[in-house]
Write a protein that binds this ligand. Structure first.
Ligand code: SF4
Length: 415
């Protein structure tokens, strides 16, 4: 049986698309292999959102070059955000790659039209990603995504409901709905349904236990959606709301379309409407011309909002973005690293305190697998929990009393 190997880095959307591509190849008679050397088809699903990710893709391609040379019959293809509109240029730079195809599309040699998102994974895990839309219309100054994934296209509600029903039949208990900006879901569909409408329909699916969604955009998140999260029992009280900066000048330069004041109001609206809501955010430090004072405003906002999770990254210019054309990358690397470190330290302290409050409490955990001899799963608020039990707990909702906490995970005992 011919074999395929898919290597994926980057966001959850890339992971969801790789899973769908794998399922499609299996429908066509291929079998997955964990070793690139054994594969007949190798696909790299790439990310270029930061320099580090782009370098990893290039290094991986370099490592595969001798294999391709030794086996010219091997099909080597690249998809994901490395693939821009200048495919001819990519072919010149990387001549040993057979095919380049855009994120979310079918490989060109399969001669199939349409979008990979309509494939339902054949072997989904307990918690599975479901893309609900593709693309982004926002053009934040630092971001390459809209250039690589194009304009927003939402999947119809009926199609998503049908897919989630199929996934539940295949053992899925939790879905995470994915989009670059899920708050603008549906505006391009007839009758313009929104994410709250979609959540309402999915909440009615029998056998589905939990629903999550990401990523939100602070300028588009509606009161209606916040209410829906508060009232729909399967929708988890966990909101991912990237702030990027606490400085209005930097937010304007980033073209984010909201102010720090708007963001603070949104956070307090979420906290007062959704009891026990866990919040996570993304931050970029060292954006061009970011001063100490502007960084301090970001730091203060994070200290005040007390997020459960913060993903922080140092700015790196991405060729083709507005920021790379208009601004000089003028914050020294050492300064970026120091700011990043300050936020990581702040967040470690906050996460320690938030998690310590769970000591002795009983939480509901959806068991997703095993690691180092223990069961692992997540709470409704997305916290990673480990526990021991000799029974098969996979895909079950269990109650765990928390006995040990750290900033990153919890440990406990089955109640
Ligand atoms: S909302 Fe902004 S950061 Fe997010 S994908 Fe769109 S352009 Fe990029």
């Amino acid at each position: 049986m011919p074999q395929y190997y898919i290597w994926t880095i980057g966001c959850q959307m890339n992971k969801a698309e790789s899973e769908r591509l794998g399922s499609y190849l299996e429908q066509r008679g291929y079998q997955a292999t964990a070793a690139a050397e054994d594969a007949d088809i190798i696909v790299l699903n790439s990310c270029v959102v930061r320099q580090h990710a782009e370098s990893r893709v290039i290094n991986k391609l370099d490592a595969l070059k001798p294999l391709k040379k030794a086996r010219p019959d091997l099909t080597l293809a690249v998809t994901g955000c490395l693939v821009n509109s200048e495919v001819e240029q990519l072919k010149k730079t990387l001549p040993y790659v057979d095919y380049f195809f855009k994120a979310g599309e079918y490989p060109p040699w399969l001669e199939k039209e349409g979008n990979l998102h309509t494939i339902t994974p054949l072997h989904p895990s307990t918690s599975t990603f479901v893309p609900i839309m593709q693309g982004c219309n926002n053009f934040c100054a630092y971001c390459i995504v809209p250039y690589r994934r194009g304009q927003e296209r939402s999947r119809p509600i009926a199609e998503i409901v049908c897919e989630v029903e199929q996934l539940v039949n295949r053992g899925v208990k939790e879905v995470t709905l994915l989009g670059q900006n899920v708050d603008s879901y549906g505006h391009d569909l007839p009758h313009q349904p929104d994410l709250a409408d979609l959540l309402g329909k999915l909440n009615a699916i029998e056998g589905l236990a939990r629903i999550r969604f990401l990523t939100n955009h602070p300028k588009d998140m509606s009161a209606r959606l916040i209410e829906a999260v508060a009232h729909l029992d399967k929708v988890c009280e966990m909101i991912c709301l990237p702030v990027q900066s606490g400085s209005n000048e930097i937010l304007k330069a980033m073209r984010r379309g909201y102010t720090a004041e708007h963001y603070r109001r949104l956070v307090s609206q979420i906290q007062s409407t959704i009891p026990g809501a866990a919040l996570s955010t993304d931050v970029i430090v060292g954006f061009p011309s970011e001063t100490d004072e502007q960084f301090r405003q970001t730091f203060d906002l994070l200290a005040e909002a007390r997020f459960d999770t913060v993903h922080v990254a140092a700015y790196s210019p991405r060729t083709g973005t507005i920021a790379s054309k208009e601004f000089e990358d003028n914050v020294p690397l050492d300064e970026k690293r120091e700011r990043l470190h300050k936020i990581e330290q702040l967040q470690e302290g906050i996460a320690t305190e938030i998690n310590q409050k769970l000591l002795g409490k009983t939480v509901e955990v959806l068991v997703e697998g095993r690691k180092k001899g223990k069961w692992q799963g997540r709470t409704r608020t997305g916290k990673l929990v480990f526990f021991s039990d000799s029974n098969d707990c996979l895909r079950q909702l269990v109650n765990i009393r928390i006995e040990k906490t750290s900033p990153w995970s919890l440990q406990g005992e089955l109640v």
